[in-house]
Structures are given as C-alpha cells and as structure tokens.
Design a protein around this ligand. Sequence first.
Ligand SMILES: Nc1nc2c(ncn2[C@@H]2O[C@H](COP(=O)(O)OP(=O)(O)O)[C@@H](O)[C@H]2O)c(=O)[nH]1
Ligand SMILES: [Mg+2]
Length: 389
Amino acid sequence: MIQGGIEPESKDIILSQMREQANLAIEMADVIIFLADIKQGVTPADREIAEMLRKSKKPVVLVCNKADNYQKDKEEIYEFYNLGMGEPYPISASHALGIGDVLDAIYNHFPEKTADEENEDRIKVAVIGKPNVGKSSLINKILGENRNIVSNIAGTTRDAIDSEFENEKGKYIFIDTAGIRRKSKVNEKIEKYSVMRSLLAVERADVCLLMIDANEGVTEQDTKIAGEAHEAGKGIIIVVNKWDEIEKQTGTMENYKKQVYAKLAYITYAPMIFISAKTGQRIDKLYDIINEVAEQNAKRVSTSVLNQVINEAIAITQPPTDKGKRLKIFYGTQASTKPPTFVIFVNNKELFHFSYERYLINQFRKEFGLQGTPVRIIVREKTDDNYNF
Ligand SMILES: Nc1nc2c(ncn2[C@@H]2O[C@H](COP(=O)(O)OP(=O)(O)O)[C@@H](O)[C@H]2O)c(=O)[nH]1
Ligand SMILES: [Mg+2]
C-alpha cells in the first residue's frame, strides 16, 4: 500500500515533493483509491487531482469519506459524479461503513496478470550502482548492438526502464535504475525516491549487476547498494565498468579483484567481470554468467543429498561446544529458493555460532555450486515432541 497526499498546484518545495511522491505512487499502483471528503463536497483540489488521475490512465476508485451518518450523507454523493471518476463510494472510515463495497470495486480492477508474471520465463536483470557508473550505457550497448531486440515496453515511466532482450544465450529483461544526481540539500528527498526505485528494481529482479566504476573503486555507496541486493536474496554479479580507462600491467585485474572483494567482504560469492560499456569489451561474456547465477539462485537440493553433505561437513569439522555442551545437528531440508534457504534442526540454537553457520554455507557452496547467490540458513530446535517446521 503506497500513500501520497496531493496538493496539485503548489510551488512550495515540501508540497511539490509530496506531489512527486504521489506521482510515484500513482505510477507504481495497479488501482488507485481517490479519497475525498463528503462533508466538504467537491473542492477545486479534488478537480485537479481528478485531472491528474485521468492522465495516468490507471483505474480509480473514488471514495468519499466521513459519511458518518450513512443514510443522510449518501444524498451528498451525487455531486461527486461530476468528477468523472465513475461511481463514488460513500464510506465512514471511523464507523467502518461501506468498506466492503470499496474492496469489491478495487478487486474488480485487479489486473488479470501483471507484466512481471507474463514474463516469468525471462531472467530479470537489474543494473544497479551509483549515478554515472555506466548503467544506461551498458543497457544501450546490449540493446543497440543486437538485432534481436523485442521491444522497449512502453507505457509508464517504470515500465519504460524495462527492456526486453533476447539472443542465442537466453531471454532477458534488463531493468535500468535511473540514479538522480544529488545537486543540493533540496534534492535529498528526490534522491530518496531514486533509492526507492532502485530498491523496487532489486525486488523485481532475479539477478543484480552491481556496477562499480573502475576509476573510483568500491565506494561507501557501492557497499550500501551491494548490501541491498544481498539482503534481498538476489543473485549478484560485480561488474567493474570503464575498464578501458585503466592502465594495465601484468596482474592488474587480479589485484583489482582482491581489492574489490576485500571491500565487499560479504558478497565474495559474487562473480566479478571487468567490462567497458563504451567499447563493448567482454559484454558478450555477461550472458553465461547471468544464466549461471540465475540458475544457482533458483537451485533446489534434495533432502537426501543435503543431509549427506551435512553429515560429511560434520565429520570434517566437528560442531562446536559451549560450556561443555556440544551442538548437535539432526538434519536439514531446503525450505525455499531465490535464494536457496535451508532449515537446519539442532539440539540447541545458542550453540549454532555464526562461524559454524559460515562453515556450513561454504560447504554447501562447494558441493552444490550456489555461486553468485546468497545462501540462507534458518536454525530450528528439535526436541522429541517437536517435529514441526
Ligand atoms: N570510458 C568509459 N566511459 C563510460 C563507460 N560507460 C559509461 N561511460 C560514461 O560514463 C558516463 C555516465 O554513463 P551513464 O550510462 O549515463 O551512467 P548511469 O548514470 O549509471 O546510467 C557517460 O558519460 C558515459 O559515456 C565505459 O565503459 N568507459
Ligand atoms: Mg542512467
């Protein structure tokens, strides 16, 4: 649920930011609830909002609140037909009246299938990174150099940054995340919206290309963005761009790689590639890596194989003891994919230290692949009378 208050014509900076937020909410919504005040009647602001919503071409449910005296206030509703937003629904939020009809109206506007669902067979690749690192250049290069472009999905701004693309390696949707440059304090709010957009892109993606500017190396902002992709459980590929601008000697790439992994220590599972969006260097190598990472992120391991690996891991490195008690691992099972998430049943959660968790995850990576994807472990205590997950 996204909320935005609208005051259409204001020049005031705060209000114009509210408008920005409302526009973003409109853009991302499937259905919009236009909330008016039945006690006030139709106001000039209502008319302007109606105009804005009409332009958005999104389905709107016009709701008139504060119809506390339901029978009497219902008479006032006819005026709201003038807004041209279809049937107005009187409600009283405080008395919980009329809500059911509103829910029905909203439900009737739900799309049959979202664009994302229709594109389920495509790998969704979000290109993330700070402004100017070359995100758009990369996507342009990919789209421009190939004759296989299906389409740029037109429509809303959000969709406009999705590009469908396919080649002999596979079918993809590349999601550009437009970073707005920070110009002043005033723009900080706007910067927040662009961060929000990036987060939404990350959420929708299967794989994130984390772009680093080769000239700058890993900055604090890069670490933050990497953290978002990691936390969201997405496949990650570190893409060092502008490699054409780096003076190279023997070992330059290997040294550079070490430095990047040292700074992005919690995503060392992510493969790294050095490219130039400008010259096109190594862009053709990206697709195999994307395919591989997407596959690993969606990987499913059978319970029997998992437990075999757990038993071997336990045999190689015994679980730790704490205050004379030893951690016992009974068994594990994969709970979900994207990212691969394993539930491990133990005698005592407290004994399952982070270092042993890391050890197990590394063993899983080694045995199952699982390159380029976060891996999660959920620890559950099992007692004899508790077999529930
Ligand atoms: N030398 C060089 N310049 C690049 C490369 N990729 C992008 N640029 C330049 O970097 C600037 C920002 O690129 P852009 O794609 O708009 O970055 P975005 O903000 O991340 O989308 C532009 O001037 C590009 O021409 C690259 O691989 N090498
Ligand atoms: Mg851009």
